[in-house]
Design a protein. Structure first.
Length: 184
């Protein structure tokens, strides 16, 4: 456990709290245009050679210790030492969850599993009343994950992403809607 953050498991994934030891694996996988283009503009691009280590050491770990963010590495259950992505929860207004997955592992429903696990953690462990997630309209796979998890669009605007200023949507699900969906 890192700062009270548990390891989570799904049918096919192990979600371990992100640690500084993960920086090299993140650095090898993360700096791909297909991954970063629809992320918030504060992500540096081109990605610096020490980007993962700096991000984890200076931003992720302090926020995890402060209890304002929860970050997990995604690992196949059959290969628990292999990092294939990251999923995060953040205690921020209108920006509570983010994720990325190695393109070689996309299209298998793995991020849907991870998103379900951390959304359940958000509502059932952290006791939050609502989860909100901004995303680029052009990010079809991420939008489908939100649709499948019962989220709905509550606002549209434009935001700055690594790829530039793009039409954006704010997706939301309430704890009540999450629980009704899970029990139904």
């Amino acid at each position: 456990m890192t700062a009270g953050i548990p390891t989570l498991e799904t049918a096919r994934l192990l979600l371990r709290p992100l640690a500084l030891d993960d920086a090299a694996a993140v650095q090898r996988t993360f700096p791909q245009w297909e991954i970063v283009r629809h992320l918030a503009a504060h992500v540096p691009w081109p990605y610096p050679a020490d980007g993962a280590e700096t991000f984890i050491r200076d931003k992720v770990l302090p926020a995890m210790d402060a209890g304002t963010e929860w970050h997990w590495s995604l690992r196949p259950g059959t290969e628990p030492e292999r990092l294939i992505g990251v999923i995060s929860l953040m205690d921020r207004e209108d920006d509570n969850r983010g994720f990325w997955l190695d393109p070689a592992w996309q299209g298998r429903g793995l991020m849907t599993e991870a998103a379900e696990a951390v959304t359940d953690f958000w509502f059932e462990v952290l006791g939050r009343p609502v989860l909100r997630v901004p995303k680029a309209v052009a990010n079809g796979p991420s939008r489908r994950i939100s649709e499948r998890s019962g989220m709905r669009v509550i606002a549209r605007d434009e935001r700055d992403y690594v790829a530039g200023r793009l039409p954006s949507e704010l997706w939301e699900i309430t704890r009540e809607a999450w629980r009704a969906r899970r029990s139904g």
